[in-house]
Design a protein. Structure first.
Length: 256
């Protein structure tokens, strides 16, 4: 079994092997010059080893690449002026700031299309393919809900869709390689996505456009703690890999 750090190195080497089309290469290479944390691909691996301690790593990596491309597409579009209008991502200026809004839109479109093409090329099992792209659709619905500038937003529902759906698909797509899916593992994966988003909210400098508009920081910290403890208990109940415990500790212990 690989630790998070070991897996991240393995995955980064494979992901870096993707060669973008020359027309979009400059923007592509700029965005990925500061790679992400690869938590979602790691979740694919953790799902797989929960059913088989020696999974087919090529399939795990292939699924992880597709999910990372979809995740990256969502980040680039989320940063756009018509969305969150963010100026920085991963300690560098966002794509639309450097290359213009039109190029950022096209890069996001390219990454999503690339994910579809690689899904076909990698011969991903149809049920897993369906799981991944249904989650992408749900993620977009979450963005639509988040864009509704109104009071009294249902943030947990938004988070389940916008963040939780791809977290859920990541863990379940690996788990489904060897084990039959059930409602308990689906709920666990969804709550793991919620935990990640709640800790993200706590790390933000301002409470704008987050659940911190509706509850105090003390209440959110309590919510994060209770959800963390519940997930740790569920790992044992569901007989999932203990490495999920370490991942949860890493999420819970993140600092601003």
């Amino acid at each position: 079994m690989f630790t998070y750090k070991e897996f991240r190195n393995i995955f980064h080497k494979a992901f870096s092997g993707i060669v973008p089309d020359k027309e979009i290469a400059e923007e592509y290479n700029y965005f990925f010059s500061h790679p992400g944390k690869y938590i979602r691909p790691y979740l694919v691996y953790l799902g797989a080893i929960s059913g088989n301690p020696n999974p087919k790593m090529k399939t795990v990596i292939d699924i992880g690449i597709i999910i990372e491309l979809i995740h990256s597409f969502s980040l680039i579009h989320d940063d756009l002026p018509c969305m969150d209008n963010d100026m920085f991502r991963r300690n560098q200026r966002t794509v639309h700031i450097v290359f213009g809004e039109h190029r950022a839109v096209l890069l996001g479109d390219y990454l999503l299309n690339k994910a579809i093409l690689l899904t076909i090329a990698y011969d991903i099992p149809r049920p897993i393919m369906k799981l991944i792209f249904e989650s992408s659709d749900i993620m977009l619905m979450g963005q639509i809900l988040d864009m509704e500038r109104k009071q009294g937003k249902n943030y947990p529902e938004i988070y389940k869709k916008k963040t939780g759906s791809l977290f859920k698909a990541s863990l379940l797509s690996g788990y489904a390689m060897y084990t039959r899916l059930n409602e308990k593992i689906k709920n666990f994966a969804e709550e793991l996505g919620l935990l990640f988003q709640y800790t993200d909210d706590m790390m933000d400098i301002t409470p704008c456009n987050s659940i911190r508009e509706q509850i105090s920081d003390a209440k959110l910290k309590e919510l994060i703690f209770k959800l963390t403890m519940k997930l740790k208990i569920d790992i044992t109940k569901l007989k999932l890999t203990n490495q999920l415990q370490l991942l949860i500790d890493m999420i819970y212990g993140r600092e601003p």
